[in-house]
Design a protein around this ligand. Structure first.
Ligand code: SAM
Length: 286
């Protein structure tokens, strides 16, 4: 089977199977060999690795991964792609295609079965309509993962990597940085995909921390505080946090705690570091 990763071989396969792109599945296939090689390099894939690929499409990146990794598990939702993958990946005996929705697959059990529980690496050109739910589920479930190297919308990559005091800094930055160290490793223009997306893309690598940090008394409470702070982004913290009725914390109490932390009551969430959010959460917790 000819290697994919260019327009000619991709078009031939699509034609042979009379495949029509499904917008609802966020299908934009990579047709640029240098981008594919770059992703595999940045993900630091070696023969000892189990790679979990989300959404193999017609198997383009899967072929590149299979050549570098020990094993690849590729989870694809679209039933029309399953027979295509049987052909394009037929030459690789270290690839297992799983037909299903990544949000419903038991990734922990899969890694246990295929890798004896040793951490796997996630590599994917993600469907953009569910980028954030996929990443948050992988991080929050505390799965045995070393890293997550994914193609996402440039704007989402910027938000994941942003620090305090910037316009992109928000709940997503804090959540991603609580579990991992993010680094944007490549920018990818629309012409590297078919069909072309309307937005620029970037590859971001999230290297998982051994333990999430900063440490807090209650992780769920921390994220409720963070969400409240950024739901009312333009408001001061006493106003935004007291505005969330489910928290039941008064404006005065938030101002008091901020004062205890040496911060003014006029401060907004976007100015707080992750450590300051952790301290605020611990002090506000009933
Ligand atoms: N990896 C291929 C490539 O780079 O050319 C295709 C990437 S395309 C952006 C996203 C792929 O994810 C599509 O094949 C789509 O069908 C699949 N997909 C969408 N939602 C999914 C889900 N919930 N679970 C698994 N795969 C999904």
């Amino acid at each position: 089977m000819a290697k994919l990763g260019n327009m000619k071989n991709t078009a031939e396969i699509l034609k042979k199977y009379d495949f029509h792109f499904r917008k609802k599945y966020g299908q934009n296939f990579l047709v640029d060999e240098s981008v594919l090689e770059r992703i595999v390099k940045e993900a630091e894939i070696g023969p000892e690795d189990l790679v979990l690929e989300i959404g193999p499409g017609i198997g383009t990146m899967t072929q590149y991964l299979a050549e570098s990794a020990g094993q690849v598990a590729a989870v694809e939702i679209d039933d029309e792609l399953i027979p295509i993958l049987a052909e394009t990946l037929g030459d690789y005996d270290n690839v297992r295609v799983i037909h299903g929705d990544i949000l419903k697959v038991d990734v922990g059990a899969l890694v246990q079965e295929m890798n004896g529980g040793r951490p796997a690496k996630v590599v994917a050109n993600l469907p953009y309509y569910i980028t954030t739910p996929i990443i948050m589920q992988l991080l929050e479930s505390r799965l045995p993962l070393k890293s997550i190297t994914v193609m996402v919308q440039r704007e989402v990559a910027d938000r994941m990597q942003a620090g305090p005091g910037t316009k992109d800094y928000g709940a997503l930055s804090l959540a991603v940085q609580y579990y991992s160290n993010p680094q944007i490793v490549a920018n990818v223009p629309p012409n590297c995909f078919v069909p072309r997306p309307n937005v620029g893309s970037a590859v971001i690598r999230l290297t998982l921390k051994e333990e999430p940090d900063p440490k807090v008394r209650d992780e769920a409470f921390l994220f409720r505080i963070i969400r409240a702070a950024f739901n009312q982004r333009r408001k001061t913290l006493p106003n935004s946090i007291s505005h969330d009725p489910s928290l039941g914390i008064s404006r005065e109490r938030v101002a008091e705690v901020l004062e205890q932390m040496g911060l003014p009551a006029t401060i907004r969430g976007e100015a707080l570091t992750p450590e300051q959010f952790a301290q605020l959460s611990d002090l506000l917790m009933p």
